[in-house]
Write a protein that binds this ligand. Structure first.
Ligand code: SF4
Length: 369
């Protein structure tokens, strides 16, 4: 069995580690590229949202590399994600691919099917062993979030920013060749050490921008046109409202106890949006309020074209912008997004934030605050 799964930020690193620890063969989809998107766009319904198109491209590119089993995650979600697993299975079947598609749908009382699927993918009936490995997978996600934070901060402050890019590129190249969770965790540690010693200007007071929006768009660098790297090169520190580890913590950790950051976002969103609108639409509004309260210089909202929950959030964000006097930039991405126009909008926005900062500092000097 040669197992594959779609790309979603760094999630693939944790799944690879867990499955390899369980002696399964993993075929990683090539990193998302123009080709991935072209394939996905060709075979997906035109009006479906961008993540599904890229998923389809990932599956087909993995099948070309020899994958014969695909893991898909299902959902009951009120947005189109609820239909993803069904739609993706049908597309692959219609294209005549002879692959086993295993869908992990919410059990809705049918735990037998869930255990059967886990057993099939992991090759063991020992659920205790599987759980132990899943915990290691969580640790990989946490460490990856940490690495991303460290590299993003370093890029904003470093004298030679390309050194951070080079180290991260070599990390992503190496990850394909290491095997199992121990080697992965070691590689993450070594990368953090290497990045930490890159020289930086600690005195520099960088602009701080919060990135909010649809989770896939925030965490998949190909889809957001590497926004973290772009902002880092402009000397901007960023924080992402959603990451794979934050998601796991909310659904399988603190969130279950009714505490944690995601729960707070829902509370902060309440005066503007009190009901679930699917996806992370409500959390997007809450994140904007949180970043504004934390004194971030700006907020960037990214969403795929046609994303229903984020369109709801988009209509509310101008009110948050006004209430908290924080500039919010919205970037909508799809297969037609041109990088030049995207860069221009980002640059103009960062210029605006710099001017606002200067203006605020001048006022401070004038009035002695
Ligand atoms: S959150 Fe938006 S982009 Fe993601 S599946 Fe739902 S509608 Fe599509």
């Amino acid at each position: 069995m040669k197992i594959t799964f779609p790309h979603m930020g760094n999630v693939y690193i944790a799944i690879k580690g867990v499955l390899e620890d369980l002696n399964q063969e993993v075929i990683l989809p090539p990193r998302c590229s123009k080709r991935t998107l072209e394939i996905g766009t060709k075979y997906s319904p035109e009006s479906i949202c961008l993540p599904l198109k890229i998923n389809i491209g990932n599956y087909i590119e993995s099948i070309e590399k020899g994958a014969d089993t695909i893991i898909i995650v299902g959902s009951n979600g009120p947005c189109r994600f609820g239909l993803y697993s069904l739609l993706e299975k049908n597309i692959l079947m219609d294209l005549g691919y002879n692959v086993d598609v295993i869908s992990f749908d919410p059990p809705n009382g049918n735990y037998n099917l869930l255990f059967k699927n886990i057993e099939k993918i992991t090759g063991t009936k020992n659920m205790y062993q599987v759980l132990k490995k899943v915990n290691i997978g969580k640790k990989i996600l946490k460490d990856m979030d940490n690495l991303m934070d460290i590299s993003n901060k370093k890029r904003a402050h470093a004298y030679e920013k390309y050194k951070v890019d080079n180290r991260m590129n070599s990390f992503y190249q190496s990850i394909e060749y290491v095997h199992g969770s121990n080697e992965i965790l070691n590689l993450i540690d070594n990368t953090i050490k290497d990045i930490s010693i890159i020289e930086e200007n600690k005195e520099k007071d960088c602009l701080k921008v919060g990135i909010i929006g649809e989770i896939y768009t925030i965490i998949e660098p190909f889809v957001n046109l590497e926004i973290e790297k772009k902002l880092g090169h402009m000397g901007v520190e960023i924080e992402k409202s959603l990451t794979p580890y934050k998601w796991v913590e909310h659904h399988w950790g603190k969130g279950r106890l009714g505490i944690g950051e995601e729960v707070r976002k829902i509370k902060e969103a309440k005066p503007y949006l009190s009901t679930l609108v699917g996806g992370h639409g409500r959390e997007t509004v809450g994140s904007a309020v949180l970043y504004a309260k934390k004194g971030f210089d700006g907020i960037i909202h990214i969403l795929p074209l046609n994303c229903m929950p984020e369109i709801v959030a988009q209509t509310i964000l101008p009110t948050v912008e006004k209430d908290y006097s924080v500039p919010i930039l919205t970037l909508i991405v799809d297969e037609m997004t041109g990088e030049a126009g995207y860069n221009t909008r980002l640059e103009a926005y960062i210029d605006l934030l710099k001017k606002r900062r200067e203006h605020a500092n001048d006022k401070g000097i004038l009035y002695g605050s």
